[in-house]
Design a protein around this ligand. Structure first.
Ligand SMILES: Nc1ncnc2c1ncn2[C@@H]1O[C@H](COP(=O)(O)OP(=O)(O)O)[C@@H](O)[C@H]1O
Ligand code: SF4
Ligand SMILES: [Mg+2]
Length: 381
């Protein structure tokens, strides 16, 4: 199998001063969930000190094992729940919503797509009903031909063509991929600047995943939408995202352009993740077998949260939280091994520790790419 697939196609060049200011940014974002129980003072450290930026026409992937805090970040950015600390900035300004009206204004600009297209569409309503409701909420009280044109445009934008074939169907009459396209169309009715896509393909049949990623890529390029793509599959991040952020136990441990992060990972955890792609369960089993359980987020390990599983951990790792350190152009890793200090741990060759596995391989995605020749009219993707 090839391990040298081509780099993901670059996003189109864009100019203008507004590109420098992220559309949406998180600054030192934090979420601690109280643990239920009589007089419990304990909290789950779901997200700690996360910084991220989403830019127009760019995709950022958030990658990590189950329970690492990815969905919590998406829900915080969508303002579906309050943060424990930190800030959310929309075009550089504090975007915290204070009331229902503010929230309605915010969701017009920041829309979320959920993992489960079966659960996110109401089964008792037709696609026409679902999309009409969204159009009326976000575009005003359109009627007659205007409304029909808006619905047609939405279905065409998500490549459900001809629209007449889908518009009067119920969700159960559509495939998983078609349902996810309807969910995306519903989000587009708001004409958003940001899409937060929480594992949008993980519940879909492997054969239709690529179609959805290509659709999102098309929206990125044509509508210049900023996309947060959440996944536990680092290979799909390499295929689809401009930048990749790796999370471990509620913290960001590595960031950089997707190609470098996946082909030359710096953080020992990212190296483990890459070696286990595309099956995170495999990672779990291998890491547990070799290096103990994933940490409790109620009492997370002191210092670097990865230290109980890291073969290179030393005293510094166990006592102080590593900051994100520069490890190359536009790249950062939160690992003491890259610090300029005498007591840093010595990073060895991971191959010796985790065994010989190929680096992240997108050949499966490539193979699918070859069999999915872009949009076809009325097919069952
Ligand atoms: N509403 C909640 N109450 C308590 N703990 C939660 C809640 N939502 C998520 N968590 C915990 O926060 C951590 C991160 O969860 P989540 O963001 O869903 O991770 P991921 O999406 O990466 O799988 C997990 O330990 C999870 O159990
Ligand atoms: S070497 Fe230390 S800081 Fe780096 S990942 Fe391992 S435990 Fe964390
Ligand atoms: Mg999740």
């Amino acid at each position: 199998m090839s391990t040298q697939p081509p780099a993901p196609p670059p996003s189109p060049q864009r100019g203008g001063p507004s590109d420098d200011v992220p559309v949406l940014a998180a600054v030192d974002l934090r979420k601690h969930f109280p643990v239920r129980g009589f007089r419990s003072q304990q909290v789950v450290h779901a997200v700690d000190d996360v910084n991220l930026e989403l830019h127009r026409g760019r995709v950022v992937a958030l990658v990590g094992e189950s329970g690492s805090g990815k969905s919590t970040i998406a829900r915080l950015l969508a303002q579906l729940m309050p943060a424990t600390g930190g800030q959310i900035l929309l075009h550089g300004e504090d975007a915290r919503v204070k009331n229902r009206r503010g929230f309605r204004r915010y969701v017009r600009r920041v829309q979320m797509i959920f993992q489960d297209p079966f659960g996110s569409l109401n089964p008792i309503h037709t696609i026409r009903y679902t999309l009409t409701r969204s159009v009326k909420i976000h575009q005003g009280n359109l009627r007659g031909k205007e409304l029909e044109a808006a619905l047609t445009q939405l279905l065409e934008r998500v490549q459900l063509t001809p629209p007449s074939r889908y518009i009067d169907k119920f969700p159960h009459e559509l495939s998983g991929g078609q349902r996810q396209r309807v969910a995306i169309a519903r989000a587009l009715a708001a004409d958003p600047e940001v899409l937060l896509a929480d594992e949008p393909i993980s519940m879909l049949d492997v054969s239709i995943r690529l179609g959805i990623l290509n659709l999102l890529r098309d929206l990125r390029d044509r509508l210049q939408i900023a996309i947060l793509y959440i996944t536990h599959d680092i290979a799909s991040a390499r295929y689809f995202a401009d930048r990749t952020m790796v999370m471990y136990a509620g913290r960001v441990v590595e960031t950089g352009d997707s190609e470098s992060v996946t082909q030359d990972p710096k953080h020992p955890y990212t190296q483990l993740l890459v070696r286990s792609a595309p099956d995170p369960d495999d990672l779990d089993a291998r890491a547990r077998g070799a290096r103990g359980e994933a940490p409790s987020l109620v009492r997370p390990p002191t210092g670097c949260r990865f230290n109980p599983r890291c073969p290179f951990a030393n005293e510094l790792c166990r006592t102080e939280v590593p900051p994100l350190l520069a490890v190359g152009e536009g790249r950062e890793a939160a690992c003491w091994g890259y610090a300029d200090r005498g007591d840093r741990p010595e990073l060895g060759e991971l191959l010796d520790v985790y065994g010989d596995r190929p680096a992240v391989d997108v050949s499966v995605i490539e193979a699918l790419d070859a069999t999915v020749p872009g949009p076809r009219k009325g097919d069952d993707r």
